[in-house]
Every structure is written in C-alpha cells, then in structure tokens.
Design a protein around this ligand. Structure first.
Ligand code: ATP
Ligand code: MG
Length: 351
C-alpha cells in the first residue's frame, strides 16, 4: 500500500516527521511511502502550490498523510497560486466529499477544555460533514436591488445523491462506533434540510441496527455545550458541519490535539491535523505533533484496514499524556520530537 506524505509548510514538516516515526515504530508490513511538496513549499520550488507530480502521487496513493499549508511569504500572490489552493484542489480532484472530525477529550487534558471538566470529559464524538456541496458551492453573486441597494446571495442546494452518499458514511461510521447517529439539519425552515431528512430516513432502512435521531442545528449547537455526552456520530451538511466541528474542537482542549479525515467513495482518504501551518511557531520545535499522529491512526483505520494498529497508536497517545507528556500548547515544555519520543516509548512499553 502506497502512502503519500505531503508535509507542506510551516510546522507541517515537523509534525509529519513525528507521525512517520510513530508509524515506523508500530512496525507495519507492506507500507511504502513517497513524499512530495505541496503548498507554499511547492510554489517556491516549482511555481505552483499543487504541482502535477504531487497530484499524480495523491491519485496513485491508497492514502495521503498531509501536514499543513499556508505561508505568509505567499500572501500577496493571486488567489490560484496561494498555498491554501492546494488542499482545496486535492479535495476537489480526489472527490473527497466526507470530512470526519472526531472530538475527543483525553481525561488528562480536561483542564484545557473550554467546558467545565465534568462536562468536557463526556465528549467522545465524531462529526461527519459533507464537503463538496451546500451554500459554499452554489450559485453566488452580488447584485443591485430595484432601489439601488447592494445585495449578495449564495444559493444553498443539495441533490438527493449528494445527501445519500454522505448519509451512508454517517451510518457506516456509527456502525464502527456506538451505533448511534444524529442527523443535524434545519428542516423546519429549509427545503434542502427537508430533502436531507427524507433521504437520511430512506437510507436508515439499510442500517436497522443504528439508532437514528434528528436535531435542528441551533439546538445541536446548544446541546454540544450543555450535554455533549449524548452524541456519538453526527452527520450534517457542509455549512452546519463547518461551524459545529469548530465548536466541538474547542470543547476538546488544544487545536494541536485534533485529527481529521477526508474520504472519497472508495475508502481512500486524506488525513491531516485540523490546525494550520502555524507560522508563528514554525521551525522552533514547539508544535504539538499529536493531532498528526492521531491523523495517522485514522488513516490506518479508515483507508488501510489496520484498525488494531490504529488502536495501538491512540492508546500510546493516551499513555504518553497520562505519563505527563506536554508540549507548550498543553502547558508544558516538551519539544515536537520529545512528544514523538513519548508516544514511541509508550508503544514500546505496551509491547
Ligand atoms: P489556517 O488558516 O491554516 O487554519 P490559522 O492561522 O487559522 O491557519 P493555525 O495555523 O492553526 O491557524 O494556528 C492558530 C494558532 O494555533 C497559532 O497560534 C498556532 O501557533 C497554534 N497552533 C496551531 N497548531 C498547533 C500545534 N500543532 N501545536 C501548537 N500550537 C499550534
Ligand atoms: Mg484557521
């Protein structure tokens, strides 16, 4: 199996290095790695943030482990040359339509959550967000009203095939977890949401073991803070998922802890930490690599059918934290490579 390593910019290469060390330490057979430049690094080397060789590698690979893109040196470039275009281009070219973002709080970090510790420790949920449709991709524009006022518009639309394929990802994700799926919409006022709800209910008949519930997005935002323990898997559209997943991430402590997956319909995926390239701390060995290490674990679970190895890595991260491993964002003094060492030591002592 071929894994594409795309380290990118800023702290991207630093955190990818640690994730690769952890993957090596797990000792998995049959994995081949190829690396390619992406983002600002690629622009500086070849004049394009997503060079065709990088895209080809991503297409050939079974899974992609991605660091981060974003480089202040590139701020003045035209939009299509900016580093951020690389990740948008990969999502589009590879049809990565399902974004999976777990929000989990390791109990040792309860003090770092935006929620009270006794509520924060209940959080263990996965948000499945549709990534290729909705209001971001509908017709948009700016026009003048009859009385000469400016009016902006963005059309929100979903067709039933788009809803059906993300619903399947939601149900399958729930099957692999706690068998509970909450579909989030605004069906009391939006046509798109009424369709969403109808299609999710149709798809539910194929998953009789899953307990399905529905919630309006405004209520969900409130419940995530009030009683997050009620959720296992949430499936929702692009706009609602964008907002809810950022909200859930604040419940979970540092931005340096959270992984993500973006999947296509065949199980291939791109795995990356939710944080960006963090230019303010790049090159200083301060970045927390755990979000990327946990992204590598998701890669093993969702694209490479190596769930046991994924469990080992996640358990090693938990033990490293329990043993006191803390980078600066977690209130400690350990460097990026110290954090990698701590996870590798925990893997070794787990045997
Ligand atoms: P993007 O637009 O790519 O999301 P951003 O500037 O919004 O980028 P980040 O690059 O994620 O956001 O950085 C936000 C803040 O979080 C910065 O202060 C950064 O140093 C910090 N940060 C991000 N990732 C990490 C990490 N892995 N470890 C420690 N601190 C981090
Ligand atoms: Mg950001």
């Amino acid at each position: 199996m071929l894994i594409a390593l795309l380290p990118g910019d800023g702290i991207g290469p630093e955190v990818i290095t640690q994730a690769k060390r952890v993957l090596d330490a797990v000792g998995l057979d049959g994995l081949i790695y190829e690396e390619a430049p992406v983002g600002g690094a690629a622009y500086k080397a070849s004049g394009h943030p997503l060079p065709s060789e990088t895209l080809d590698l991503a297409k050939r690979a079974d899974a992609i482990l991605f660091g981060a893109v974003g480089d202040p040196d590139c701020d003045a470039l035209e939009r299509h040359l900016r580093p951020e275009q690389a990740i948008l281009g990969l999502r589009k070219e590879l049809e990565l339509f399902a974004n999976l973002r777990p929000a989990t709080l390791f109990p040792e970090l309860a003090g770092a959550s935006a929620l009270r510790p006794e509520i924060a420790t209940q959080i263990d949920l996965m948000i499945v967000r549709e990534l290729n449709g909705d209001v971001y991709f509908g017709e948009k524009g700016m026009r003048k009203t009859a009385d000469g006022k400016r009016e902006g518009y963005d059309i929100m639309s979903y067709n039933e095939d788009e809803v059906r394929r993300i619903a399947h990802v939601g149900f399958k994700t729930a099957m692999a977890r706690d068998q509970r799926l909450c579909s989030v919409d605004k069906a009391n006022v939006l046509e798109t949401s009424q369709l969403w709800r109808d299609v999710v209910i149709e798809v539910a008949s194929e998953y009789p073991d899953i307990q399905l519930s529905h919630m309006y997005v405004d209520n969900c935002a409130m419940q995530l803070v009030r009683n997050p323990g009620q959720f296992d898997v949430i499936v929702t559209g692009n706009l609602f998922g964008d907002i809810l997943s950022d909200q859930a991430s604040m419940c979970a402590g540092s931005i340096g802890m959270l992984p993500s997956a973006s999947l296509d319909s065949g199980g291939k995926g791109l795995y990356e930490p939710i944080h960006g390239s963090a230019p303010d701390i790049a090159g200083q060995g301060k970045a927390n690599p755990l979000a990327t290490i946990l992204s590598a674990a998701m890669m093993l679970r969702y694209s490479l059918s190596m769930a046991e190895a994924a469990d080992q890595i996640e358990a090693a991260v938990a033990s490293a934290l329990a043993a006191g491993a803390r980078s600066a964002d977690l209130g400690g003094t350990m460097s990026t490579s110290d954090m990698g060492d701590a996870v590798i030591a925990a893997l070794a002592s787990a045997g």
